[in-house]
Ligand binder design. Structure first.
Ligand code: 5AD
Ligand code: FES
Length: 355
């Protein structure tokens, strides 16, 4: 077994074994990383051209009933400033975003009991009515089958729910006892079954992660077959027990982006804000390693800093308009272009714009 053989196998067969993934992640050299990067970039260029999709992220609530050990807005963090946006504020963000060219709105928040099915279906159906040409993505944690279904029927199209780790022991180290590994996985399969374009994902370099647990993440991605996959480095938050753990590595995150691109050539793969936080050029590098989505922040400027999952998050002081200008410039600087279509998942490697 050597790394080049494994990279070529992933490219041609779109899969590998757990041992092969772990071996590759452990042993890949700088030269092999570059080979992998080139293959991933080429694959993304074949499917999407030099186009990068944008998603307008609206952080609707910093209230959360969960206590994930790594997360800055965990329930027991008394220093976290809690806010929730009103329906009117959310619609205002959409209006602002629409004017800036966004055709996907991502409503993300902690698991906040205020946003019951009744409240949330009202918000989703209003956005659906006012913006019939836009995609609505939800990222609101676990909600149960019926709730997911109601929101889908109200007009939501996509749902982001990172699996966080595909290894049960690892999951239980990152989360309190009340949270269930099985339920998280079950939720993801429900979302797919209901018809959402579904996004899984995980942090790179989270405490207790190993090359073996990362290999399991790759196998899980293959098994679930999600339309989207959000991965970014773990970054410590000062008010969590993991405050002294190091951030996940830029290089390893980029390597995983490239592997995922080869595993699923048509997957929607963001260069995340966390990646832009660990390195000033992180998002540009993400795109050059096979990512094809960026998610600028559309949240009201006065609440940005309070949606603090990890320390030193970028873009917390910028208006959405500045962010999009900055990102277009960044993408241009590497030969890519931001596009304003919905950017739906589109199987069989057809070009997105053919739909
Ligand atoms: N560092 C990086 N990512 C984090 N997330 C939560 N806390 C952190 C952190 N400290 C990620 C989780 C979650 C997503 C919304 O943000 O993967 O699913
Ligand atoms: Fe937000 Fe650059 S992307 S300021």
């Amino acid at each position: 077994m050597n790394c080049i053989d494994i990279i070529e196998k992933i490219e041609s067969e779109h899969s590998a074994s757990k041992e092969e993934y772990a071996f590759l992640l452990k042993n890949i050299s700088a030269g092999e990383r570059e080979l992998l990067r080139k293959k991933a970039q080429k694959t993304a260029l074949n499917v999407f051209g030099n186009k990068v999709f944008i998603r307008g992220l609206i952080e609707i609530s910093s209230v959360c009933k969960n206590d994930c050990r790594y997360c800055g807005i965990r329930k027991s963090n008394r220093n976290a400033v809690r806010y929730r946006l009103t329906k009117e504020q959310i619609l205002e963000c959409c209006k602002n975003g629409y004017g800036l060219g966004f055709r996907t709105f991502v409503l993300q928040g902690g698991e906040d009991g205020y946003f019951t099915d009744e409240v949330m279906t009202d918000i989703v159906s209003t956005v659906r009515k006012e913006y019939p040409d836009c995609a609505i993505t939800l990222s609101l944690g676990e909600r149960g089958y019926q709730s997911f279904k109601k929101l889908f029927e109200a007009g939501a199209n996509r749902y982001l729910l990172r699996h966080e780790t595909a290894d049960m022991e690892h999951y239980n180290k990152l989360h309190p006892n009340e949270m269930s590994f099985e339920r998280r996985r079950q939720s993801l399969f429900w979302l797919k079954e209901i018809g959402y374009q579904t996004g899984a994902g995980f942090m790179v370099g989270s405490p207790y992660q190993t090359f073996e647990t990362l290999a399991e993440d790759l196998i899980f991605i293959k098994e679930l077959n999600p339309e989207m996959c959000g991965i970014g480095p773990f970054i410590p938050h000062k008010d969590t027990e993991y405050r002294n753990y190091p951030s996940g590595s830029l290089e390893l995150t980029l390597t995983l982006l490239s592997i995922i691109r080869l595993l699923k050539p048509d997957i929607l793969l963001p260069a995340t804000t966390a990646l832009g936080t660990v390195d000033a050029k992180g998002r540009e590098m993400g795109i050059l390693h096979g990512a094809n989505v960026v998610m600028p922040n559309l949240s009201p400027a006065e609440h940005r800093a309070d949606y603090s999952l990890y320390d030193n998050k970028i873009c917390t002081g910028d208006e959405a308009a500045e962010c999009i200008k900055c990102l277009s410039g960044r993408m241009k600087s590497i030969g890519y272009q931001i596009v304003t279509d919905r950017g739906d998942y589109c199987p069989n490697e057809r070009k997105q714009k053919d739909v």
